[in-house]
Write a protein that binds this ligand. Structure first.
Ligand SMILES: [Zn+2]
Length: 80
């Protein structure tokens, strides 16, 4: 399974291990499966993060279709 690391803000692919996005300097990245649409994955992450910040509990949200450990980590970073 091939995964691509992308910047969640500008949706650019970045190299694993970079500290900040070369394009927009943001530091939140998400792993996206080759066949996933990067835009919808990032949009759902950002929307879920916004809802969690607004007081929804993550367990009650089913926006992210494939919530793996990496997605959970990205979401946690977005919520901060
Ligand atoms: Zn970026």
């Amino acid at each position: 399974m091939t995964k691509t690391l992308i910047c969640i803000e500008c949706r650019e692919a970045v190299d694993a291990g970079v500290e900040a996005c070369p394009s927009c300097r943001q530091k939140t990245f998400a792993y996206v499966d080759q066949w996933d649409d990067a835009n919808s994955v990032c949009d759902e992450l950002l929307l879920t993060a916004a809802l969690v910040r607004a007081g929804f509990r993550q367990g009650e949200l089913s926006l992210i279709p494939v919530a793996g450990a990496e997605t959970e980590k990205t979401l946690a970073a977005c919520v901060q």
